[in-house]
Write a protein that binds this ligand. Structure first.
Ligand SMILES: Cc1cc2nc3c(=O)[nH]c(=O)nc-3n(C[C@H](O)[C@H](O)[C@H](O)COP(=O)(O)OP(=O)(O)OC[C@H]3O[C@@H](n4cnc5c(N)ncnc54)[C@H](O)[C@@H]3O)c2cc1C
Length: 312
């Protein structure tokens, strides 16, 4: 059997693609993953609490609940969801072959929506205080009351770390960037932006070593210097800005990637990749916006692209 569309991945991008493809009578099959990339089916939003910036939920909605609703909508529209992880795909043949364990599925088009995973340090105490003062997304979580008028730490020294720190100064009383080296990796213009912001302090030659708190929230962090000395600082929030890992290993280089590993979709507004009939959407091809709504939007585009490809 050859499926018109196979969707790989189950975050907001994959589910939006599924809803559109199902409504276009393409009978999509979705492989939602089984802890693929260390993330549960439903994607990154299953790892967070309140989502306050997804339209349609004026009181906010819990991330796992939002993803559960998207999954229900995909099924209601007619998507066949399989709770399995795709091991590899073969794009050298048509129809494309999708390998899942010992089984092989065939599809005329593929929609790649496997997302990305925010890098974490996994320091002592992190599992306890993740989403109780620790986050990997300032734009998503920075405005929460927990962080308002508080001292916050941003871990990282690249452009996105400066971006996150500058964003957090809208809410925080003070932001300290914790930089492992004796200099920032960020571009000159971003360095100037950090240095000229009164609310940002840069702490060089320091690494996050451990976090602690009370029963509810994070209250302090241990920083380690190059000689191993530990200093404890009071903080109400720690934001990781040490990069993301796009989930593209299973593609084994068959579609063109950017140098940073994200899938290239160079024909905007189309979500087409370098392989005709293969489309990518969401965070696996977006290292700029990385938001649920932008992922969903590109999922819609990818499904409409796949439909047009099949029609022609
Ligand atoms: C802690 C946190 C909080 C966030 N809060 C917000 C917020 O408040 N608002 C907001 O707009 N954005 C938020 N984001 C960002 C948002 O979650 C992402 O932009 C969005 O989830 C990206 O969606 P996606 O569909 O591209 O991929 P993802 O959500 O990354 O989902 C991809 C899915 O594909 C699966 N997968 C991977 N490989 C395979 C495979 N080989 N086979 C099958 N399945 C596979 C993965 O397991 C995962 O379930 C947050 C992110 C994080 C980490």
């Amino acid at each position: 059997m050859v499926h018109p569309v196979i969707i790989i991945g189950s975050g907001p991008a994959g589910h939006t693609a599924a809803i559109y493809a199902a409504r276009a009578a393409l009978a999509p099959v979705m492989f939602e993953g089984l802890m693929a990339g260390g993330v549960a089916a439903g994607g990154q939003l299953t790892t967070t609490t309140d989502v306050e910036n997804f339209p349609g939920f004026p009181d906010g909605i819990l991330g796992p609940e939002l993803m559960d609703r998207m999954r229900q909508q995909s099924i209601a529209c007619g998507t066949d969801i399989r709770t399995e992880t795709v091991d590899r795909v073969d794009m050298s043949q048509r129809p494309f072959a999708v390998h899942v364990g010992d089984a092989v599925y065939h599809a005329e088009t593929l929609i790649l929506a496997t997302g990305a995973t925010a890098r974490r340090l996994h320091v002592a105490g992190e599992e306890t205080y993740w989403q109780r003062g620790m986050s990997a997304c300032a734009v998503c979580d920075g405005a929460l009351p927990l962080f308002r008028n508080k001292h916050l730490l941003v871990i990282g020294g690249g452009d996105s770390a400066v971006e996150e720190a500058a964003y957090l100064t809208k809410f925080a009383s003070q932001v300290t960037m914790i930089v492992r080296k004796d200099h920032l990796r960020a571009s000159q213009v971003m360095q100037r932006r950090a240095e000229s912001n009164d609310k940002i302090t840069i702490r060089y030659n320091a690494e996050l070593h451990a976090v602690r708190g009370n029963e509810q929230v994070l209250t302090e962090a241990d920083l380690m210097g190059p000689d191993g000395t530990i200093e404890t600082v009071a903080t109400s929030g720690i934001f990781y800005a040490i990069g993301h890992e796009p989930n593209t290993a299973f593609l084994e280089g068959q579609v063109a990637l950017h140098d940073n590993g994200y899938i290239q979709t160079p024909h905007a507004p189309s979500m087409a990749t370098s392989v005709p009939g293969v489309f990518a959407c969401g965070d696996v091809q977006d290292f700029t916006y990385r938001q649920a709504i932008s992922a969903a939007g590109s999922g819609c585009q990818a499904a409409l692209d796949a439909e047009r490809f099949l029609n022609h």
